[in-house]
Design a protein around this ligand. Sequence first.
Ligand SMILES: *Cc1c(COP(=O)(O)O)cnc(C)c1O
Length: 386
Amino acid sequence: MSTHDAARGFDSLAVHAGQTPDETTGAVIPPLHVSTTYAQDGIGGLRGGYEYGRSGNPTRTALESQVAALEGAVRALSFASGLAGEDALLRAALVPGDEVLMGNDVYGGTYRLLARVLGPWGITLRVVDMSDLDAVAAAIEQRAPRMVWVETPSNPMLRITDIAGLARLGHAAGAIVVVDNTFASPALQRPIALGADVVVHSATKYLGGHSDVVGGALAFADADLAEKTQFLQFAAGAVSGPFDAYLTTRGIKTLGIRMQRHSSNAQAVAEYLAGHDRVATVYYPGLPAHPGHELAATQMSGFGGIVSLALADGATARRFAESTRLFTLAESLGGVESLVNYPDAMTHASVRGTELAVPDTIVRLSVGIESVDDLVADVDQALASL
Ligand SMILES: *Cc1c(COP(=O)(O)O)cnc(C)c1O
């Protein structure tokens, strides 16, 4: 089945897109191509367009076809990490003097890349609460950005932005609208169908899904921007290696069922936390009290696996994060195993003291696919120990 069977359902595409059985052997799983170079039938006589591993690799092509199919994109590109993909996109789409209007709780590394790497090259940055479209409209009216960048649900506060509304505002100002879809994954949310121009992924998280591969992907609604970015992927070379691409493809095949379990487990954990008197606030879009709940219910087909909570003060939050047993204290998210993270000193340490700083009372949970009773029992014992 090729990516042309776009009418197939999500899970069929996840399993089959880019995974045509090998023509010579019939192998149902296409081989992992490690070769860095390809035999030519006479000078320039390429068999299938492959020449050198940086410009193209069949295992990487398979992953790119799979991601494009799942995001409803014209094309996808795979990178060595999420940030490598972001860097290629930003440098392909922007020139010095351009401005990026960005959400106020994006991934810390995205902010760092823009503020500290691309800033000195002349890209400017403004930050706004993207979940407040009036604030976005006011910021755009003040000065039209070249690019609008949002994460929804956001990290770690789980704010929800109306992607279709944001795309309308951005496009009216001539901006490229980028959605980091790492938290929802295409199993729960398809930004291109809602009007986004580019979808960004840290494939390290839910796409890979098993905490054993670092990778990134970009999916494009527009072939020209895809082409420009592909040139940078080739010219600068931050491609995913074949084994990484293979692992990511393998992970994506179970994305749909994993996201269902992540979502139902996270819902149970969030509901438990919301009823606990030691917890000040629970941030989870699946809770009716969450300010983005109704929007998330229409824009997403599930609420995802990330739950954040606020405790009474920073010291209590740190103690909680160090008291879980099944939730492992570690950075990252999106794997089958549950993780607990203290953003202020871990994932978001690089934005401490900036306009993106995360309150020191916040703990973020990446709720895995383990038995839900064990997960609830674990947060219960951690809260009891405070
Ligand atoms: C992890 C992450 C990134 C960065 O991806 P890497 O694979 O670590 O480079 C970008 N956006 C979000 C939302 C992330 O969680």
